[in-house]
Design a protein around this ligand. Sequence first.
Ligand code: BGC
Length: 538
Amino acid sequence: MSLLAETESIVKQFEFTDNDVNKSVKEFLRQMDEGLEKDGTSLSQIPTYVTGVPKGTEKGLYMAVDLGGTNFRVCSVKLNGDTTFNITSDKVAVPKELMRAKKAEELFAFLALQIKKFLEKHHGDHFEAHIRRRMTVSSPDGYRDEHVFHMGFTFSFPVQQVGINKGTLIRWTKGFDIPDAIGKDVCALLQTEIDKLHLPVKVAALVNDTVGTLMAYSYTSPGSHGAVLGAIFGTGTNGAYVEKLSNLKKPLVGEYDTSTGDMVINIEWGSFDNQLNVLPNTPWDEALDKETPNPGIQMYEKRVSGMFLGELLRLVIIDLMKNPNVSLFRDENSSTNDRRSTTDIAETSDLYKPWGIDTSILSHAAGDHTPKLSVLRDTLQENLQISAPAYEDAQAFKAIAGAIGRRAARLAAVAIGAVVLKSGRLSDGTNDPIDVGVDGSLVENYPYFEDMIYEALRVIDGIGEEGAKRIRIGLAQDGSGVGAALIALVARTMEKNAPTDEVLGELRTEAKAAGSKDTAAATTAVSDESDKPGVTSA
Ligand code: BGC
């Protein structure tokens, strides 16, 4: 079989037809309902204890930290109360050895240390004042609550939440593996390490990144309804949506506000259809699953998210290179290579290393429309040490990478489509936009990912052309920072046992006192060292 024919046959195996999309949407809706009824289901449908989405008028200075995958991010967020915010943030890579540390403490001590460094760097005055106060005041803790930063902790792994700042880790995903942490309250783990360093920080809220995205999107682009879904398509994938409390049949243990009649649910859709009722399953999907620390789990995520697509592509390419009937990255002599050379792959090439290919190469492949695919060929040379790849090689690589990316986007549409259908908004008698906030490297960087999602949304029964037009997918960058800050604010209001308005009133006074010097548009990075943290009631 020629390389072209073999490539076509592989591409076919990654096809996810309109019929497959529709079957999967039905199954997604079924698994969503199942998850609302009982624990231990494929879709965990985790209640977050957040009972509403913001209006855009919230104000105050809060901290947020984000442990999501590759990086740990620390930020302070000033919510300006007019749908804008200012954010100051620092990011560090999480050392690989800490992702698989023996004791949870090792990872959480590292996180607390980054918070200390951030406070020293960006909120030095406040930090110094706190240290001075600790030495002078006589309260048992050494400081008064109003001087403490209230912090939202974005922890983007499946957690069984039992309160707004309490939740036990169900399982690790995205390559983390610290068994000691399973079943432990991750907020308590972080607070313990923060306290060891005597930092003026209280872990006030536990936030999944999708919940943060939902909140941030509702804050920055408030419509009459708020966003229906916050979704991440990055290293991992997941979504959070607003559900009627009356539909939530499984018991809730913690306290929450019932006045809105709603609760934000963290779907944990990375584990959609672990049983493979409808998910596609090629031999390469199977091989990839076996390589992971959690085989049989996060089966949807392993077909959709950035952590896995590069490896999936690598496995297919290696298989194709081993096929004696085709020549991929192999020339008989220089005359069969349009660069008049012969292709050579360095022995140390990342192509030969498990997890050696970064998903960004799929984006390069999809984005290269040059007549001879010269951009992709240069990328193969630079990133994978494949010298003089021929045009035919690049064509095969592009076609296979494209098929994997397209399948991921169509699967992404399954989850988005199901949640939109579940919201009932398509039959609300209006023509208003239905907002979906998204974030993550795939939606941000993969060319045409969103277009491919829309293409699939249009074929879903109950959505169609007209419905798809109403669905407005928008990028909600900084969801983990702003969203977490917003939830820390909500938590603060609950804790004070004060009506939201009263606390917001205090925040307004505080913001007035701080002046209106920093009213730059959202996402502008500035330092706000003069502002006091959280809610100042003194
Ligand atoms: C985690 C989710 C998270 C998602 C996106 C998944 O692996 O299980 O909690 O929201 O990644 O970061």
